[in-house]
Write a protein that binds this ligand. Structure first.
Ligand code: F6P
Length: 335
């Protein structure tokens, strides 16, 4: 069978570099005489049959832009039989041979569900700032988000230093600490609180040790003190931790939630290049008839991996960096 038409969509949280991936997919497809159509608003575009034709000129001047020209959304309907059926009939109606989804593990679960009903090829391209997708060292958007958060904390550091204040900075990452841990390391945070070095049952104990560490350090040296904390880790987040340190230990802290600033902005070189390599690899996967695969880059080499295996959450933050933070870099390890 000769391939004629592919569908592309971006799903879940947008990530810087998604546009670069769309561009590479469209240029790759058109180069091989394949028509590319983009479904809008994530899987909603499939369910509601909302699409645009993607020609080379539609992807001009987008490599440097954050967000996604196809828009994105989370789509609850894809978790229902009705949603899957509607998406399938749109794919059949448009005679789509392969569907490429740029997104995170939640989006890939939708793709796997679709594959059970639909005979076409399904290809995942990992795009999320969280980096919580297995079978790839990095996801598209992670490096930019890392740099954005570091840049923000460097600025907070100036104020924290000028006033000799304590800041608790909350970073995104959903339920994993790739962002939190690495942002903490790269910004020289005095403490990192993340899923890798903390469990909820430890809250009370952690609060006391944190308070006594802060008091001990402040007695020994003046200056700023920054705690980087992963979102969804501490009940009530950074604001509640700041409040608890005030009430229980009389320590004044300022909470700062970086939030969606980490999702936007022009992608850094690493994300543009990764997205481009993966977009080209996705088209090669389509041409070679692969299905239920994800493009992943391990040790600088892009290959195809089993799509389901990419959603298992075995990938962990590097243990050496966790140990170094705990035993050498954290301020309580220094005094
Ligand atoms: O998955 C990307 C992400 O930004 C996570 O880091 C965060 O937990 C979540 O999305 C926020 O989602 P929303 O924008 O829907 O609130």
């Amino acid at each position: 069978m000769t391939l004629k038409r592919i569908g592309v969509l971006t799903s879940g949280g947008d990530a810087p570099g998604m546009n670069a991936a769309i561009r590479a997919i469209v240029l790759g497809a058109n180069h091989h005489g394949i028509e590319a159509i983009g479904f809008m608003y994530g899987y909603n575009g499939l369910i509601n049959d909302e699409f645009v034709l993607l020609t080379n000129s539609t992807v001009n001047n987008i490599i440097h832009r954050g967000g996604t020209i196809l828009k994105s959304a989370r789509c609850k309907e894809m978790q229902t039989e009705e949603g899957i059926n509607q998406a399938t009939s749109t794919l059949l109606k448009h005679k789509i041979d392969a569907l490429i989804v740029i997104g995170g593990d939640g989006s890939f679960k939708g793709l796997l569900a679709l594959q059970k009903e639909w005979n076409g090829q399904v290809i995942g391209v990992p795009g999320t700032i969280d980096n919580d997708v297995d079978k790839t060292d990095y996801t598209i958007g992670y490096s930019t988000a890392l740099n954005t958060a570091i840049d923000a904390i460097d600025k907070i550091r100036d104020t924290a230093d000028a006033f000799e204040r304590i800041f608790i900075v909350e970073v995104m990452g959903r339920n994993s600490g790739f962002l939190a841990f690495n942002v903490g390391i790269a910004s020289g945070a005095e403490q990192v609180l993340s899923f890798e070095n903390f469990t909820v049952d430890d809250s009370e104990k952690k609060l006391h040790s944190l308070a006594s560490d802060i008091q001990r350090v402040i007695k020994k040296r003046n200056g700023s003190y920054i705690i980087v904390i992963a979102e969804n880790l501490w009940e009530g987040g950074a604001n509640n931790l700041a409040q608890q340190l005030k009430v229980k230990a009389g320590i004044d802290c300022t909470a700062c939630i970086l939030g969606h600033i980490q999702r936007g902005g022009s992608p850094v070189a690493k994300d543009r290049i990764l997205a481009t390599k993966m977009g080209v690899a996705a088209i090669q996967a389509v041409i070679s008839g692969k299905t239920s695969v994800m493009t992943g880059e391990c040790n600088n080499e892009v290959s195809l991996f089993d799509l389901e295996a990419s959603t298992l959450h075995y990938k962990k933050v590097n243990q050496n960096i966790i140990d170094a933070q705990q035993n050498i870099l954290a301020i309580n390890a220094q005094f």
